[in-house]
Design a protein around this ligand. Sequence first.
Ligand code: HEM
Length: 203
Amino acid sequence: MLLAGTDTNAVTLEWIMSNLLNHPDVLAKARDEIENQIGSDRLIEETDLPNLPYLHNIISETQRLYPPTPMLVPRISTDDCVVGGYHVPRDTILIVNAFAIHRDPSLWDDPTTFRPERFDEISGAKEGGRFLAFGMGRRSCAGQGVALRVVGLTLGTLIQCFDWERVGEGEVDMAEAKGITMPRETPLEAVCVPRPNMKRFFP
Ligand code: HEM
């Protein structure tokens, strides 16, 4: 439970910030949404999250390209069955490759491009079984609700309170390393400066 509930959130946030540093236009749009909905007279709160759909799109689009559990959790068939046209005998271990499904060009337009707006058009995160960041079915993630709140609130606070820039001229390297929760190959480094009108919240 500790691994399921901590590393996944941390990895998600690190990939999100990596994407935002490489896409300042997306960061600016998320900042605008927060400014319009909340302003700078108070800090973002959990109850604001339903009013920040673009922030949610950024989380989904990052989890599409960098699913924190890329192979979900293995299943075992308790009976003979057919999955996707394939006969699966009883007692077979079945692994779902969410990473590949999330980048399948027959399921997603321009699949390798980071474009949070694509989630505007998707009604229900699991539409068509093609978005599996939290798995699916009876054994899907038990912590999805809390994870989206923790990641959303943390991300919203990071965007509301700090200006972010890359270290150096080049783009942030987006290479993945091996691991159950797919980590970055190199730890993310970034420059962050408190935004002047938010400093009063942190005396
Ligand atoms: C961004 C954060 C998270 C992601 C992406 C994530 C993703 C997943 C995935 C893909 C699975 C396997 C689902 C499947 O195979 O169908 C899973 C299972 C699980 N997750 Fe999460 N998770 C996250 C956060 C959390 C948190 C915060 C908790 C608890 C507080 C949690 C608790 C669990 C548990 C208990 C299971 C096993 C459910 C079962 O087998 O019935 N997860 N998660």
